[in-house]
Design a protein around this ligand. Structure first.
Ligand code: AMP
Length: 290
């Protein structure tokens, strides 16, 4: 169809110009692009995103792998973040990714980064309160990927619920011409949300980490009792596990504003287990708590 693109094969572009040219050529022949942005160390959660993207009609399944320095704080795990590129290429082939963008830090931020995207007030709450600058880093790289690739669809996980919410606001407020699709949290059989960071956990920490999803499930189970009951039940489960150091447990509305007294809400948790920071969330249908 174009000199650069053979349907059904994995094409890997590191250069921004190459990636832009291929995306432009695909658009010119009427193909749509479905993008799955990632930081690599691909696991089943990423596979679910790819499968969702692949089902969108008429699209070229496109992924990106870039460990974005801008979204890591100075004392966070940027240097030790796993980068198993060969395995990731295997996952991409397996999931029939056709275009993979793997830019370098130098190409993405040739002059550092002076102009960034301000995530607004929600960017300073929840995760943003514990990771200052994190969401400015996330939204900046996502805006750059949207400008380079110009996808028709972009698929993100509900695992990072606040990130997904802020990306929807980014698209709305800055008029990006892309449809955002959210995918439910992929979990191990014991409930632990899949994460590239789970690789940091030793056996005891891995066992303790399950407490996060167990607490959320306990909260969701008593949702008919109202907000206080939900929070107390979840909190009681977390309190029993000494290896879990809680950063926050909060109940919010689906847009992460204040929780309604009844109807759909989101229960969100963040905690440290050893030096590993973990997050998770679950949908809760609240009743009046009478
Ligand atoms: P990351 O590579 O951690 O930046 O994640 C890339 C994308 O995969 C983001 O949209 C995440 O929300 C999504 N993701 C990561 N883990 C999961 C999971 N367990 N379930 C669903 N989506 C996930």
């Amino acid at each position: 169809m174009t000199p650069r693109f053979t349907p059904g094969q994995l094409h890997v572009h590191s250069g921004l110009d190459d990636m832009m040219a291929t995306a432009r050529a695909l658009r010119a022949v009427g193909r749509k692009i479905a993008l799955v942005p990632t930081m690599g160390a691909l696991h089943d959660g990423h596979r679910q995103l790819m499968r969702t993207a692949r089902r969108l009609p008429g699209t070229v399944l496109t992924a990106s792998i870039f460990v974005n320095p801008l979204q890591f704080g100075p004392n966070e795990d940027f240097d030790r973040y796993p980068r198993p590129l060969e395995e990731d290429l295997g996952v991409c082939r397996d999931e029939r990714v056709e275009l993979l963008f793997t830019p370098s830090r130098e190409d993405m931020y040739p002059t550092g980064s002076e102009v960034t995207v301000d995530p607004g007030p929600l960017g300073r709450e929840l995760e943003g309160a514990f990771r200052p600058g994190h969401f400015a880093g996330v939204l900046t790289v996502v805006a750059k990927l949207f400008n380079i690739i110009r996808p028709d669809y972009a698929v993100f996980g509900e695992k990072d619920y606040q990130q997904l919410t802020l990306i929807k606001k980014l698209v709305r407020d800055l008029n990006h011409d892309v449809k955002i699709i959210g995918v439910p949290v992929a979990r191990d059989t014991d409930g632990l949300a899949r994460s590239s960071r789970n690789a940091y956990l030793d056996d005891d920490q891995r066992t303790a980490a399950v407490t996060l999803s167990a607490a959320l499930a306990a909260g969701a189970r008593v949702s008919a009792g109202g907000a206080e009951v939900v929070l107390e039940s979840a909190r009681a489960v977390l309190d029993k596990e000494p290896l879990v150091e809680l950063d926050y447990l909060e109940l919010r509305g689906t847009d992460l504003g204040p929780a309604p007294s009844r109807g759909e809400a989101r229960l969100l948790v963040a905690a440290r287990v050893g030096s590993t920071r973990l997050i998770d969330n679950i949908q809760v249908i609240l009743d009046e708590g009478e």
